[in-house]
Design a protein around this ligand. Structure first.
Ligand code: MV4
Length: 448
């Protein structure tokens, strides 16, 4: 096991990783920007170094600064968390050349799955269902039209380098397709420096279901069941849960096994999430792989009883996964609400500033992962998530009731939060009955 690792992140996930390290007996080196100086979670690390000004591109994203902190701190490994440098294959490679373990997949596996088109090809070769799509990159208008006429409108244009919904365009007829193709190319070129696009049949009102996978360096790969993340707004997830209400037991085993096979075939190690969309009739299609730990990982931890962060660190240090697939249960129901410093009544406008008072909920099956506290000042420079409220109960109905109770206990004074929108969603009949797709929030709630 490592003696000392660097936590290359901030906020709740930095705190989550520091906590896991303490339990493993591993020392931690934290980093912070000027915007996070004095944050209390930093006191829990053994050392903390400033890596630059508040702006992320000048600090948490500055590879030279992060590597310098790792060298000065004399660490054996770096945990990147999510966001920032977590899926940067170049950073991953630099860690390797500095002889520092990157707690995640190899740079090769990361790059292979980071290319959406290559990942699709790999899925196809592994007999993992993919949405009917173009064979690779679309280079001419004629190719695009031919594909659309083959599979039928509507079609979706996606950027090879895209992700998280950026650089996507829907087209419903020839004329729209021609202009959308040009727009998507220009947008992808500007956003990712790569204008390559491909086409897929557009699945309407999809549900978003993803599978957690863990792989060690000895060829063992297991899945840890699914999370349903259909409650989202503009590609920002609001609520995640496990099990999903939108798949049958047969679909669940087929999907989870497909995810496991894909990760195995890719020679991928450490934690991965395999994203699928599910259509109205229960067909599932591979979308992309996230080569990192995800925000919503606690939902999986609650139903499986497995600490994913500790597992990541152990696997990176060369340990074998201690379970076979049949040892991994999906017990009860877990729900997570993301608590953001945003005003849901004002179009989710960020609401940074001083938290005058914070009272965290507790009780049976309630977990609050947060770096915030009374007197904490939410900086305006980063994403607005200040915590995650997670509940775990025997049934989904009990989990909904527990979440409502916990949300009513959570008291955040001084800033606006997403608590009211969560209360609204949890009491909505469509959510209670599990009738939710990715258009639910925009269709039902914000329209009123
Ligand atoms: C799709 C789709 C419908 N049809 N692909 C959005 C983010 C990216 N990961 C994939 N996404 C989608 N791909 C086809 N062929 C609909 C979405 C989509 C979506 C997917 C997951 C979660 C939320 C979403 C919200 C809108 C659209």
């Amino acid at each position: 096991m490592y003696q000392r690792i660097l936590v290359a992140n901030r906020g709740e996930i930095a705190l989550r990783i520091i906590r896991a390290c303490k339990e493993l007996g591993v020392e931690t080196v934290a980093i912070f920007s000027e915007g996070d100086r004095g944050a209390r979670y930093l006191d829990l690390a053994d050392e903390a170094y400033c890596v630059g000004p508040a702006k992320a591109s000048d600090s948490y994203l500055k590879i030279a600064n992060v590597i310098s902190a790792a060298e000065v701190g004399n660490v054996q490994a770096i945990h990147p968390g999510y966001g920032f440098l977590a899926e940067n294959a170049h950073f991953n490679e630099i860690c390797r050349s500095c002889k520092i373990d990157f707690i995640g997949p190899s740079p090769e596996a990361m790059a292979r799955l980071g290319d959406k088109n290559a990942a699709r090809e790999l899925a196809r070769e592994t007999n993992v269902p993919v949405v009917p799509g173009s064979d690779g990159i679309i280079s001419t208008e004629e190719e695009a039209l031919r594909f659309a006429h083959d599979v039928g409108f509507p079609v979706l244009i996606k950027a090879v380098a895209g992700g998280g919904g950026r650089g996507m365009r829907v087209a419903s007829n020839d004329l729209a397709l021609k202009s959308a193709l040009q727009q998507a190319r220009a947008e992808a070129e500007a956003a990712f420096g790569n204008g390559d696009v491909y086409l897929e049949k557009y699945i309407e009102h999809p549900r978003h279901v993803e599978v957690q996978v863990l792989a060690d360096n000895h060829g063992n790969v297991v899945h840890l069941w699914e999370r349903d993340c259909s409650v989202q707004r503009r590609h920002q997830k609001l609520i995640e849960e496990s099990p999903s209400t939108s798949i049958s037991p047969e679909t669940r085993s087929a999907m989870c096994d497909a995810a496991r096979r894909l990760i195995q075939t890719a020679n991928y190690t450490n934690a991965a999430t395999v994203e699928f969309i599910v259509d109205k009739t229960g067909n599932f299609y591979f979308i992309e792989v996230n080569a990192r730990i995800q925000v919503e990982h606690p939902v999986t931890e609650m139903v499986t009883g497995i600490d994913l962060i500790k597992s990541q660190i152990r696997v990176a240090a060369g340990e074998r996964l201690p379970w076979s697939q049949t040892d991994i249960p999906q017990r009860g129901a877990a729900i997570e609400c993301r608590i953001n410093a945003e005003n849901p009544r004002r179009n989710f406008q960020p609401s940074p500033g001083k938290i005058e008072q914070l009272i965290a909920p507790g009780g049976f099956g309630v977990r609050f992962d947060s770096h915030a506290h009374s007197g904490y000042v939410v900086p305006p420079y980063y994403d607005s998530m200040i915590g995650k409220l997670i509940v775990h109960q025997a049934t989904r109905a009990d989990a909904i009731a527990a979440m409502q109770r916990a949300l009513s206990e959570l008291h955040v004074a001084g800033i606006e939060t997403t608590v009211p929108i969560h209360q609204e969603i949890l009491s909505h009949s469509a959510f209670v009955e599990g009738r939710i797709d990715t258009t639910f929030v925009e269709r039902t709630l914000l329209a009123e």
